[in-house]
Design a protein around this ligand. Structure first.
Ligand SMILES: *[C@@H]1O[C@H](CO)[C@@H](O)[C@H](O)[C@H]1NC(C)=O
Ligand SMILES: *[C@@H]1O[C@H](CO)[C@@H](O)[C@H](O)[C@H]1NC(C)=O
Ligand SMILES: *[C@@H]1O[C@H](CO)[C@@H](O)[C@H](O)[C@H]1NC(C)=O
Length: 534
């Protein structure tokens, strides 16, 4: 839920700058009010910011951004009958505009993060914009807007969060950009991770003419299903009557990583060949570890809890209800505990409480399988059409020529990577049948060993400049054959890698330095002949 993509933003070449930048008549004081279908613009205000600084605000913005010179434009609008006030903020570089417009998405319960998300891009020459969708901006808690005074769901605001604000943002942002520079942007982009990734997928599905390129990381798609499935690790612990510590969970994960690390032929502390990882934690039974000075034995209870978390929730007849975490993902986010009690992930609790049950007093202590299946069914029934964000029909995007680049950390601890792979397969089934080449407009890159939005808790290589790759795809027709990737400074060991378009994998050449991306190539699979390397 916490996009720290800024960490991974490489330096983008400032292209087309001179051509777009010659007009000295532009005036920040005279921005024309945009026209937005289905909405009424309430206000437009603008002011130049010179040598402005945005302070760091981790995890949303890890480094301060200084030396900002932009025309800041705020537009507010309302949807008649909706009793909402939506604020859109656009930053227009005073110099060296690249001709590009970029919308930035939000995370968790926020549709956008204003200057925290747009500042890093405005200083790279993008006209950059974000919206609050009319919500209160509290990305950690939707209870301020979820329910109306009469206790019913605020469907208007939920609709804004789910989809409507994405299109409004594109319309307002492009119009304001055009008004200031005297010409429309040459290219328009979307970037976001988690909720921001979901918003990008909604743009691809519903508003395929809004963006030339969409970058979606760890997209929160199948929202009505996966958010409830996030409660599964808590259910497993409740039903076992046992709440393992962080240390116990970490010990099992570390053992799994050690057991499966070299299945791709490279020992790097990362599971890359997950398909071949048949790790069974039973091998730990009877062994003990030292957890904060206390000796803890691996018990059948602990082993069974971890196995069930990996399997994911089941229907009453025992088939799969939804995906679970991948082996190698940190377990202690969704299976968090506090003083020997379960501590469910906030997005899942909020969703169940404020939306599915519309009951601010809902208590999820002791939630069991039956309760989870009930929440799941109601979530899907009530909200699938509003916010599932999983329509596999991308024919609009294909027609518009737009490009969709999706990436997902394979060790994501919050949103299941199998969801994104399922979506890709559904698109292939739906559109591939008609002879369409999906890779012409939609490419998926799985990043082994990377956690949620490359938040930094584990050790794989995340994409270093996926937006640059998307721009090359859109503007130079250079479809990404691979994405450059590298470990974060916080990782245990450091290496560069490449990410390959799904279902390809990055395979070690068998010679050369395994810490360098140049020693890997994209292949159909790892094969059986893994040459070992350390
Ligand atoms: C735009 O809105 C932000 C947030 O409310 C405010 O701090 C800023 O001063 C506004 N800028 C203009 C030009 O109205
Ligand atoms: C810009 O602001 C910084 C402080 O953030 C200051 O040190 C610097 O002198 C300023 N530059 C100009 C040209 O005003
Ligand atoms: C409109 O929204 C405000 C809060 O933003 C609320 O106080 C008011 O009761 C709402 N009006 C209606 C008719 O729902």
């Amino acid at each position: 839920m916490f996009p720290t993509l800024a960490v991974f933003v490489g330096s983008l070449a400032i292209a087309n700058a001179a051509a777009a930048d010659s007009n000295s008549r532009r005036s920040c004081a005279n921005i024309a009010a945009p026209r937005v279908e289905g909405a009424k613009v309430l206000s437009v205000s603008s002011a130049e910011l010179r040598n402005h600084t945005v302070a760091a605000f981790p995890p949303l913005l890890n480094e301060p951004v200084a030396g900002i010179n932009v025309c800041e434009v705020n537009v507010t609008l309302t949807h008649p009958g909706a009793n909402d006030t939506v604020s859109v903020q656009v930053w227009l570089p005073l110099e060296k505009w690249t001709g590009r417009f970029l919308s930035l998405g939000g995370s968790a319960w926020a549709a956008g993060h204003g200057p925290l998300s747009i500042a890093p891009y405005a200083v790279q020459g993008f006209a950059a914009a974000a919206t609050d969708a009319g919500l209160d901006g509290n990305f950690l808690d939707p209870s301020g807007w979820a329910l109306k005074a009469d206790g019913t769901i605020n469907t208007d605001l939920l609709t804004n969060f789910a989809s409507r604000s994405i299109h409004d943002l594109a319309v307002v942002g492009k119009a304001v950009t055009g008004s200031y520079y005297g010409k429309a942007p040459s290219f328009s982009y979307w970037q976001g991770c988690s909720t921001g990734g979901r918003q990008g997928m909604v743009a691809a599905q519903k508003y395929p003419n809004d963006f030339d390129g969409i970058l979606a990381g760890a997209p929160a798609i199948y929202w009505t299903k996966y958010v409830i499935a996030e409660l599964w690790p808590q259910v497993v612990m409740n039903e076992a009557g046992y709440y393992p510590s962080k240390c116990e969970f970490a010990a099992v994960r570390d053992d799994a990583v050690a057991a499966c690390d070299e299945l791709d032929g490279v020992k790097d502390g990362v599971i890359s060949n997950l398909a071949r990882c048949n790790y069974n934690p039973s091998r730990l039974l009877g062994q003990k570890i030292n957890c904060d000075g206390t000796e803890v034995f691996f018990t059948p209870q602990l082993i069974s809890i971890v196995q069930k978390i990996w399997e994911g929730p089941k229907t009453s007849s025992g088939s799969r209800l939804w995906h679970g975490l991948n082996i190698g993902a940190p377990l202690d986010t969704l299976a968090a505990t506090n003083n020997g009690k379960g501590s469910p992930f906030f997005v899942a609790t909020d969703w169940a409480r404020d939306f599915v049950k519309a009951n601010p007093g809902l208590n999820l202590d002791g939630l069991d399988s039956v309760g989870l299946r009930d929440l799941f069914a109601q979530s899907v029934e009530k909200f699938n059409a509003v916010i599932d964000s999983s329509d596999a029909d991308l024919s609009g995007l294909q027609k518009s020529g737009g490009k969709l680049l999706v990436w997902h950390g394979e060790a994501d601890n919050v949103i299941f990577p199998k969801d994104t792979i399922q979506y890709r397969k559904e698109v292939e089934n739906k559109m591939g049948a008609a002879g369409r080449r999906i890779d012409d407009f939609f490419r998926l890159f799985i990043a082994p060993g990377v956690d949620h939005c490359a938040g930094g808790s584990i050790d794989g290589a995340g994409p270093t400049d996926p937006l640059g790759a998307l721009i090359d795809w859109v503007e130079k027709k250079k479809a990404p054959q691979e994405l450059a990737a590298a470990t974060l400074p916080t990782a245990k060991s450091h290496f560069s890698r490449k990410l390959c378009p799904y279902p390809q994998v990055a395979k070690f050449d068998g010679h050369g330095d395994p810490s360098l991306a140049s020693s890997f190539h994209c292949a159909k699979g790892f094969g059986n002949s893994c040459s070992k390397s350390t």
